[in-house]
Design a protein around this ligand. Structure first.
Ligand code: TMP
Length: 209
């Protein structure tokens, strides 16, 4: 059986990534495509428990490398339990975040270094990188304004300083350049409906190829 495609959605907080990726998945499923939505950090029971520890605003003492290792651990569990079995059944998996998030947030945002974070993630994913990544590009002010407007609860990472979020954006910029062949970049400063439409056409194009 032909394996499913592994597609990820990436972008900074407030890029609309979750709204866009769930809606793209819903539309494709409605059209009969074999697709499955999942998200990181989490996406399986054990991985969701790790997510709670990482994002708990009470955990202010968490060390940056501990954080990076927990994301990698959560990713591993999610990959083994959810992503790989679906791909093996021929289902396309659309994951809301994956390794690129760790490269940007922990590698650059926390200052651990993109290569070091990549190395621990290779241990976790054993080479299973996505075939394509839809990157939602948004200006930091617009992204942060959306977070504060739309959310009643801010997790530990949402509460980080604007400097942190700017470093994350620089990290994503490096990741986009490093993996240019894998990236499909979409301007997410626009109305969400326009972003959904572009992302939907991009993923549909991949499935029809
Ligand atoms: P979410 O808002 O997409 O649910 O993700 C929760 C937070 O976790 C978000 O601020 C991004 C952050 N994150 C990392 O810092 N590293 C990672 O590897 C992942 C997957 C998420």
């Amino acid at each position: 059986m032909k394996k499913g495609l592994f597609i990820t959605f990436e972008g900074p907080d407030g890029s609309g990534k979750t709204t866009v990726s769930t809606e793209v998945c819903r539309r494709l499923e409605a059209e009969g495509y074999p697709v499955r939505y999942t998200r990181e950090p989490g996406g399986s029971e054990i991985a969701e428990q790790i997510r709670k520890v990482i994002l708990d605003p009470e955990n202010t003492a968490m060390d940056a490398r501990t954080e990076a290792l927990l994301y990698a651990a959560s990713r591993r569990q999610h990959l083994v339990e959810k992503v790989l079995p679906a791909l093996n059944e021929g289902i396309t998996v659309i994951s809301d975040r994956f390794v690129d998030s760790s490269l940007a947030y922990q590698g650059k945002g926390r200052g651990i270094g993109i290569d070091e974070v990549y190395a621990i993630n290779q241990f976790a994913i054993e080479g299973h990188m996505p075939e394509k990544t839809i990157f939602l590009q948004v200006d930091p002010e617009i992204g942060l304004e959306r977070i504060h407007r739309n959310r009643t609860f801010l997790d530990r990472l949402d509460q980080e300083s604007i400097d942190f979020h700017e470093r994350v954006l620089q990290g994503y910029q490096e990741v986009i350049e490093r993996y240019a062949d894998r990236m499909i970049i979409i301007d997410a400063n626009r109305e969400v409906e326009e972003v959904i439409q572009d992302a939907y056409l991009a993923v549909k194009g991949l499935l029809d190829a």
